[in-house]
Ligand binder design. Structure first.
Ligand code: J2J
Length: 558
C-alpha cells in the first residue's frame, strides 16, 4: 500500500499501552488463548450446531488453511456479507488467523454498495451466502465481478451453501482444510529446518495493524470504510464487557446483524468470547425467535434497536415465556423514546442499558447501577476513562454542560482517519484529531450524554443509516426527476422515515416506482424513500443550500 493511514501518534499509543488499554494481542492470538483457557466451554451456538472454544479455534485453523490455499494472506481485504450464522464467526476468525482483514458488509447491501466496498478496499475475495431473504447473492457476485472487469482486485468468491453452476465460486465447505500435521514441519538431521512461515496464530499480524474494516453510516456518497486495529477493537470489546460485567457465565444473543459494530463488539460477540461466555446466533430479530432461544440457551444479554422494542415488549407480556435468565437488554443505534425505556425493564424483567455508539469508535453506555432517570433519559457515558469528549458550538467553541452542541471525540478506540479517504478526512476531523460525529448532544454533569439532534445530512431509520446525498444522486438518474432532496421526518415506528421531495417536469413517479428504479441501480432496499412528494421547486437557505428544515416543516404542517 502506498497511501498513509492516519493513526494515533507515538505518544498517544504509548499512553494507551501504559494504561493497559492496548494489550498488544491480535485476534488470532486471542482465540488461541481462549481455547487454552476454556477449551471445553461452549463458545458458539447456531441452531443445533455448537462449537466449544477448542472447536472454534480448530475451525479457524481449517478455514484459514483453505483461504491460504486461495492465496489470501496478511493484510488482504475480504468482504464478508453473511447473514446471522455461525459461518460469519468462523470466516472472521479464519481471516484473523491469516492476518487478513474482514470488511463487514450488511446482508441488505446490493451491487452499488458491494461493488464500492470491493473497489475501495481493493478486496481480493468476497464471502456470501447462496441465497438469503429471497435474494440470490451469487447473482449479485456475478454482477459485481462483471463490473470489476479483468483489472479488478477481486479474485475469489466463496459461497456458504450451494455455489451454483459457476465452477470458480468456491464452496465454503471446500475451504475447511486441515492444517499440516506437526510431523510435516519437523526438521530432520539431514534437512535444513523448514521455513516456519507466518505465525500460525495470526499470520504474523501486528497488534497495531488494521484487523477489520467497518462501514460508516455515511454522509457523503457511498459509505466510508473505518479501519479498526487489533489493539483498539479488542479494547472496545473489553471495555464494554467490563461495564456490562460479562464473565464466563454470559450467554449473548446476537439478534441484530452480526456484522454491525453494536452486535459484534459492544460488547456483543467479541466481548462475550473474550470473557469466556457463549454466543448464540438468532437467525431473525423477531421476539418469538429471540425468546425461544432465551428459554432454550439461558441467554443473559442481548441488544436491540428501538423499533424492535415495542414488538419484544408486546410478545413478552402477551405470552408466557420464561425469560428468567435474561438480565440485561441493550438498546441503541437510534433514539429510544423515554416512554419505551421506562416500560421495557418491567415488561421483560430486565435491566435496560442505552447504547449510543458509532462504528467510528466512541461507545456510550448507561451503567447497570445508574438511577432510572439516567437510564431512561440519557444515552449513557463513554466506556473508557480516556475517551475525550468535546461539545462545541457552530464556531467550534466548547459549550457548558447542559447546552446542546456538536459532539467531537477522540480516544483509544476512535479512528483518526477513514480508510483511503484523504480528502474527506480533512473535514471529518479537527486538526488535533477529534472526530466530528455530526451528532448534537447535551452533556450532563455526570458525564452522560443526551442525543438531541444531528447536523450531518443523514437519516436514521430505526438504526439504519441513510446518507441523503447518496440517494439524491441516484434519484436524479430517474428520467422524470430533475431535482431531489431526501429528508427525514418523525415516524411512529422507525423514529424517522425518509421522504424524497422531487421536482419533475411531468408527473412524479410513485414511491413504488422510485424503489424499483433504485433497486435497478443496485442500491440496498432500505435506502428507498418511504414517500415521494412532488414539489414545484426546492426551497433554498440564505446561502443557497437546499432548506431541508423547511421541507420537513412543510411536511409536518401541510
Ligand atoms: C441516538 N442516536 C444514536 C442512540 C447511535 C452501538 C450502538 C450503535 C451503533 C451505531 C454502534 C444512538 N441514540 N442511542 O456502532 O457500537 C446514531 C448517531 C451515531 C450513529 C452511528 C454501536 N446510537 N446513534 O448506530 O455507525 O447518529 O453505529 O453517530 O451505525 O448512530 O451509527 P453506526
Amino acid at each position: 500500500m502506498t497511501e498513509t493511514q492516519k493513526t494515533w501518534s507515538e505518544t498517544e499509543s504509548a499512553r494507551y499501552r501504559a494504561a493497559g488499554h492496548w494489550q498488544g494481542v491480535t485476534f488470532g492470538t486471542l482465540l488461541r488463548q481462549g481455547a487454552a483457557g476454556h477449551g471445553g466451554r461452549v463458545a458458539l451456538i447456531d441452531g443445533e450446531r455448537r462449537w466449544t472454544y477448542a472447536d472454534l479455534d480448530a475451525e479457524a485453523d481449517r478455514v484459514a488453511g483453505g483461504l491460504r490455499g486461495l492465496g489470501i494472506g496478511r493484510g488482504d481485504r475480504v468482504v464478508v456479507q453473511l447473514p446471522n450464522s455461525a459461518e460469519f464467526v468462523l470466516v472472521w476468525f479464519g481471516l484473523q488467523r491469516l492476518g487478513a482483514v474482514p470488511v463487514h458488509a450488511m446482508p441488505g447491501h446490493r451491487r452499488r454498495e458491494i461493488g464500492h466496498l470491493v473497489r475501495v478496499a481493493g478486496a481480493v475475495a468476497c464471502v456470501v451466502p447462496d441465497r438469503h431473504a429471497r435474494f440470490d447473492h451469487r447473482e449479485l457476485m456475478r454482477e459485481v465481478r462483471a463490473e470489476q472487469g479483468p483489472g479488478g482486485s477481486l479474485r475469489h468468491v466463496v459461497v456458504v451453501g450451494d455455489p451454483g453452476p459457476d465452477d470458480d465460486f468456491v464452496p465454503f465447505e471446500a475451504l475447511r482444510v486441515d492444517p499440516p500435521s506437526a510431523s510435516g514441519l519437523t526438521a530432520t538431521d539431514s534437512l535444513p529446518a523448514p521455513d516456519p512461515g507466518p505465525d500460525p496464530d495470526d499470520g504474523g499480524a501486528d497488534p497495531a495493524d488494521v484487523a477489520l474494516l467497518l462501514l460508516s453510516g455515511g454522509t457523503t456518497g457511498l459509505p466510508k470504510l473505518i479501519p479498526r486495529t487489533h489493539d483498539d477493537y479488542a479494547y472496545n470489546a473489553r471495555a464494554c464487557a467490563q461495564v456490562c460485567a460479562l464473565d464466563a457465565r454470559t450467554v449473548y444473543l446476537a439478534v441484530l446483524p452480526i456484522g454491525f459494530n453494536f452486535t459484534f463488539a459492544c460488547p456483543g460477540v467479541l466481548g462475550t468470547l473474550m470473557a469466556g461466555g457463549t454466543v448464540v446466533v438468532a437467525p431473525d430479530p423477531s421476539p418469538q425467535t429471540g425468546f425461544t432461544l432465551v428459554e432454550r440457551e439461558g441467554v443473559t444479554l442481548t441488544s436491540l434497536t428501538p423499533p424492535l422494542v415495542p414488538h419484544w415488549m408486546d410478545e413478552a407480556v402477551s405470552s408466557s415465556w420464561d425469560l428468567g435468565s435474561l438480565a440485561v437488554v441493550q438498546v441503541g443505534g437510534a433514539r429510544l423514546p423515554e416512554d419505551h425505556a421506562r416500560k421495557l425493564g418491567p415488561a421483560l424483567g430486565v435491566t435496560v442499558q442505552q447504547v449510543f455508539g458509532m462504528a467510528e469508535g466512541l461507545i456510550n453506555l448507561t451503567r447497570l447501577d445508574d438511577p432510572e432517570d439516567l437510564v431512561c433519559a440519557t444515552q449513557g457515558r463513554p466506556v473508557s476513562p480516556d475517551d475525550e469528549i468535546l461539545v462545541v458550538d457552530t464556531d467550534g467553541r466548547p459549550v457548558p454542560d447542559g447546552t446542546a452542541g456538536e459532539l467531537l471525540t477522540r480516544g483509544p478506540y476512535t479512528l483518526r482517519g477513514y480508510y483511503r479517504a484523504e480528502e474527506h478526512n480533512r473535514t471529518a476531523f479537527t486538526p488535533d484529531g477529534y472526530y466530528r460525529s455530526g451528532d448534537v448532544v447535551r452533556r450532563l454533569p455526570t458525564g452522560h450524554l443526551v442525543v438531541v439532534g444531528r447536523i450531518k445530512d443523514q437519516i436514521n431509520r430505526g438504526g439504519e443509516k441513510i446518507a441523503a446525498v447518496e440517494v439524491e444522486e441516484e434519484l436524479l438518474t430517474h428520467p422524470a426527476i430533475t431535482a431531489a432532496a431526501l429528508v427525514g421526518v418523525p415516524d411512529e415506528r422507525w423514529g424517522e422515515r425518509s421522504v424524497a421531495f422531487v421536482v419533475c417536469a411531468g408527473a412524479a413517479p410513485s414511491a413504488r416506482e422510485v424503489a424499483a428504479h433504485l433497486r435497478e441501480r443496485g442500491l440496498a432496499g432500505h435506502k428507498a424513500p418511504d414517500e415521494v412528494v412532488q414539489v414545484p421547486g426546492l426551497p433554498l437557505t440564505a446561502v443557497g443550500k437546499v432548506d431541508k428544515a423547511a421541507l420537513a416543516q412543510g411536511f409536518l404542517r401541510p
